[in-house]
Design a protein. Sequence first.
Length: 163
Amino acid sequence: MNILGESQVRVASAEKWARSKKAAPFFPELAPLYWRFAAERGVRPEVAFAQAAKETGFGKFGGVVDASFHNPCGMKIPRGGGNFDADAHQRFPTWAQGITAHIDHLALYAGALSYPRTDTTDVRHVASLLGKAKTVEALGGKWAPAADYGKAIVALVQAMAKT
């Protein structure tokens, strides 16, 4: 499944899908931001939104990061750190900034035109990531260590598309 391209899912369907998964009340409200910012960057918004659902447990989080971080993708600070260290994860002042960083990072991995860019809130926006994963499936072992990470996101996108 391509990361880049036109959306195949309407934002209303994404919101309904998130609510059907018993998402945290704020989570479905993030969908319009994904559809707006992803379209501007050539990323399929349903892919990014499904990845945010996976990373945050549909906004319920459950790890060291919580909603106050406005970090929908588990992004670490530039120096990195452990998964169980809250200080190793980036805090964004708003959801718009966190979502923009997420989409820019995903676009960089996918090798989008005009990437890398200088005007991004993505604190880990480095040229060496350009084109590392052109498909969702290829995110496994790259974005996250689990080999089936990308396949799990594909399954979420497919479920969203059926809503």
